[in-house]
Design a binder for this molecule. Structure first.
Ligand code: PHE
Length: 519
């Protein structure tokens, strides 16, 4: 019998009922229908197939795709499965967009700034754009489909640091203290009867039992420190030297470490995350190979988009391209500036999202002191400094050289660094990082490269923010004449490759359906 709540069948109750009657298969199907089964984001998506045309007797169409970033490449790849004739116009010299991995020999140009030559050692790379993928994201499906090996990206490391209000502690210490004191407060409030209205006697027992474990509380429900805080010398033949007792609750709260220990609580950053082996650009490269390099025109800046009754005309710096349909994937603030005949509401909608600055610096060191001396293998240090984060590499452990992300910041902090010369960005990043790691942060540095995404030509932003997901957002999710839009900016997965991919799939699905239905 299915479980009910106030006479209403609950979702859980429904599943229990189906499971009993129909077995696991029926239950799983029902979960899918309810949106509960772990099938990923794309359960609705069916890629276009060659057979779609042979069966319907229709011919595939010619599609011009503006922008060869992750959205454009995904769209071309998906349409290619059914034999569409796609051409990608890319204004930059290299496809991939923000999916950018820098290696020795690369040159990174910048608007209103000097170009930087990348001088890393062999095998050292810097993911200047996307750097981590959540398990549920469609990005991993493309890695699987394209045969791109992946490895764990460590986004939460107990041994990494939290630096707030001028103090540095290990993440494990910050967590032990915050969890400990929260547990103590709640346990004592429970025992004083302060929560009696909300809790039955059994609830109280369960809660107390949990809080003891959550906070590692003493017999009197006090938080008195814990081995969870770590050791100044870890146990071996003897018991080691534990970290001294924590400060008072007041001191712990005043230290502000609590701000930095919830980063992986959300569904986007939950650990473990993943990265392609050898650099994030394996995704862009894999898509390009599958599409065919000859379909991608680089250095082709689009100067006009015209939708016609029977096709589209796209003018670019290398000529005019005519096609049946167009998918425009540039950042909205750049698309808005291209002359077109799609109507004023489209321009207004494209002008609505606000570009956000984002920056990163790659610091290459001649020795992995963070592994050797600090015993930090991957992960992220959280700070209240303008560098915001430090990322330690989640790969090639024990190699001689290694690259840290010395800052990864957005908005004001990113604009501040972006306005500096590359040397000044490095100097500032080193001064900040030294506050956490000491003098070694400045020693053994071999080279560095920094990116300010708002200063990247033809991109001009890390990502965008919609003031609200309003009618502009939904307007652009539909075609304007024969022009479709796609990009992470048209999804609720902004600043994720998964957003670009999902959006491309959406545009492809709509376009393909239209082609199959056209007379
Ligand atoms: N995807 C980016 C990152 O993981 C930006 C981002 C951060 C997006 C946090 C959403 C949440 O750093």
């Amino acid at each position: 019998m299915a479980e009910t709540k106030g006479g209403v069948l609950t979702r859980r109750g429904l599943l229990v009922g189906i499971g009993a009657a129909g077995g696991a298969g029926a239950m799983y199907a029902a979960m899918g229908a309810l949106g509960l089964a772990p099938t990923g984001q794309d359960k609705e998506y069916t890629p276009p197939r060659q057979g779609d045309f042979t069966l319907s007797g229709r011919a595939s169409a010619k599609v011009v795709i503006i922008g060869a970033g992750v959205a454009g490449l995904t769209a071309a790849y998906e349409l290619g499965k059914a034999g569409y004739d796609c051409t990608l116009l890319e204004a930059r010299q290299k496809p991939g967009g923000r999916n950018l991995t820098l290696r020795a020999g690369d040159r990174l140009a910048e608007l209103n700034g000097p170009a930087q030559d990348v001088k890393f050692g062999t095998g050292v790379y810097f993911n200047a754009g996307p750097g981590r993928i959540a398990q549920w994201m469609v990005t991993l499906d493309y890695c699987r489909e394209l045969g791109i090996p992946i490895e764990t990206f460590i986004n939460n490391n107990a041994s990494a640091y939290v630096h707030t209000n001028g103090q540095t502690v290990r993440a494990r210490t910050a967590r032990a203290d915050m969890y400990g004191y929260i547990a103590e407060l709640l346990a004592k409030a429970t025992n004083l009867g302060a929560l009696d209205k909300a809790l039955t006697k059994d609830d109280r027992e369960s809660l107390l039992e949990f809080l003891r474990r959550f906070g590692d509380l003493g017999p009197k429900l006090d938080y008195e420190g814990s081995e969870r805080r770590g050791f100044t010398r870890f146990p071996a033949l003897d018991g080691g030297v534990p970290m001294p007792d924590p400060g008072t609750l007041h001191q712990v709260l005043a230290a502000g470490t609590g701000r930095a220990i919830t980063n992986d609580f959300g569904y986007e950053q939950a650990t473990p995350m993943f990265q392609p082996v050898g650099g994030m650009d394996a995704i862009a490269t894999g898509l390009q190979q599958a599409i065919g390099q000859d379909r991608i025109k680089t250095g082709a800046r689009v100067t006009g988009i015209t939708t016609l009754d029977d096709g589209v005309e796209v003018t670019h710096t290398g000529g005019i391209l005519k096609a049946d349909y167009c998918i425009a994937t540039l950042p909205p603030h750049l698309l808005a500036k291209i002359p077109h005949n799609l109507g004023a509401p489209i321009t207004a909608a494209l002008s609505t999202p606000v570009p956000i600055a984002a920056g990163k610096i790659g610091l290459e060191y001649g020795r992995r002191w963070w592994e050797l001396e600090d015993r930090v293998y991957g992960g992220v240090t959280e700070t209240d400094l303008d560098i915001t984060h430090i990322w330690y590499p989640s790969h090639d452990y024990h190699a001689e050289r290694g690259l840290l992300v010395g800052y990864y910041n957005t908005e004001r902090a990113a604009e501040l660094y972006g306005a500096l010369t590359p040397e000044d960005r490095r100097r500032r990043a080193l001064t900040q990082g030294k506050k956490i790691h000491g003098e070694k942060y400045r020693q053994n540095l071999l080279s560095s490269v920094s990116i300010a995404w708002e200063r990247q030509e033809h991109i001009q932003g890390g990502w965008v923010r919609w003031p609200s997901f309003d009618s502009s957002f939904t307007l652009l999710q539909r075609p304007a004449g024969r022009v479709y839009f796609a990009g992470d900016w048209l999804t609720h997965l902004i600043a994720w490759q998964a957003g670009a991919m999902e959006s491309a799939r959406g545009a492809v699905t709509q376009l393909h359906r239209r082609v199959l239905q056209s007379p």
